[in-house]
Design a protein around this ligand. Structure first.
Ligand code: PMP
Length: 287
């Protein structure tokens, strides 16, 4: 069945939706995005994603073409029209399609940003078998640009990282800079040592995950100890547990790093507990 998608103010069947070949998202990866998950037909952490979107746009001197209330309305309308119970809403805003290709930004008064949203139906997203089993990761060098805090659509290296992982028989890659783990290709990274949850502090080196913020808050509310500091890949291999967070995976245990099993090689106690808390609390707060 054809999806209904949203392009620049119009709801269209997916095969009728088009964007110009001059769009700067296409030519220069000059665009930002957000992914919001849907559980029980409702949006998880919508406010957090809307706030980060605004920040990404501001950091790139891009105009905000749609206000938060309208954005919420479009998200809800797409969820409704496509009958999504569990899945995702993908949103992308680019600097639009000027008349010619040029490195300089176009005049924002003359070029409308492009706004695209579509849904991805993912039945069973919350009851994921991968969460029971845990994931295997490899480590790769982090060679991305220096503004990873902006959620841009330049995803070639993360995409290559996933392929490197796949080739190595793993599920994902953790990126390493100066010996320290930055984050996963599309998620934030954590290790657990004793009673402490350790994760890299926010900076320009990582994306400030919306799921990360919620999970750290829930962890502290549950009296767990959170330490925001750098950790090396060696330290990670000696950890009791590890996990990742993202809007599309929630909290997912990591059971192996570069072929080294963590603990007994099965998900520990902390990650599954945090997943349960995150899912419960997020369902309650979903809109
Ligand atoms: N880091 C990177 C590099 C990501 O791509 C993502 C997800 N897009 C995250 C972290 C997790 O962010 P969030 O929890 O907001 O999905």
């Amino acid at each position: 069945m054809s999806r209904t998608v949203y392009v620049n103010g119009a709801y269209l069947p997916e095969h009728e939706a088009t964007v110009s070949i001059f769009d700067r998202g296409f030519l220069m990866a000059d665009g930002v995005y957000e992914v919001t998950s849907v559980l029980d037909g409702k949006l998880i952490d919508f406010d957090g994603h809307a706030v980060r979107l605004e920040r990404s746009l501001n950091e790139l001197d891009m105009r905000t073409p749609i206000d938060k209330d309208d954005l919420l309305e479009v998200h809800r309308e797409l969820v409704k029209r496509n009958g999504i119970e569990e899945g995702l809403v993908y949103l992308q805003i680019t600097r639009g399609a000027p008349a010619d290709r040029d490195f300089a930004f176009p005049d924002p008064d003359a070029t409308e940003p492009t706004v695209v949203l579509f849904t991805q139906n993912k039945p069973g997203l919350a009851a994921s078998p991968a969460a029971q089993k845990g994931m295997k990761v490899i480590s790769i060098e982090d060679i991305r640009w220096g503004r990873r805090d902006i959620k841009t659509v330049q995803l070639l290296y993360p995409s290559m990282g996933k392929m490197m992982a796949k080739k190595a028989g793993a599920d994902d890659a953790w990126m390493v800079q100066d010996g320290h783990v930055t984050e996963g290709t599309s998620n934030n990274a954590y290790i657990v040592k004793g009673n402490k949850i350790i994760t890299r502090p926010r900076s320009n080196d990582i994306l400030h995950g919306i799921t990360r913020a919620a999970v750290l808050r829930f962890a502290e509310e549950a009296q767990m100890i959170v330490e925001e500091r750098l950790f090396t890949i060696e330290e990670a291999k000696e950890a009791d547990e590890a996990f990742i967070t993202s809007a599309s995976t929630f909290v997912m245990p990591v059971v192996e790093i570069d072929g080294v099993a963590l603990g007994d090689g099965t998900p520990g106690k902390v990650a599954p507990r945090l997943r349960e808390i995150y899912l419960d609390e997020s369902r309650k707060a979903a809109i």
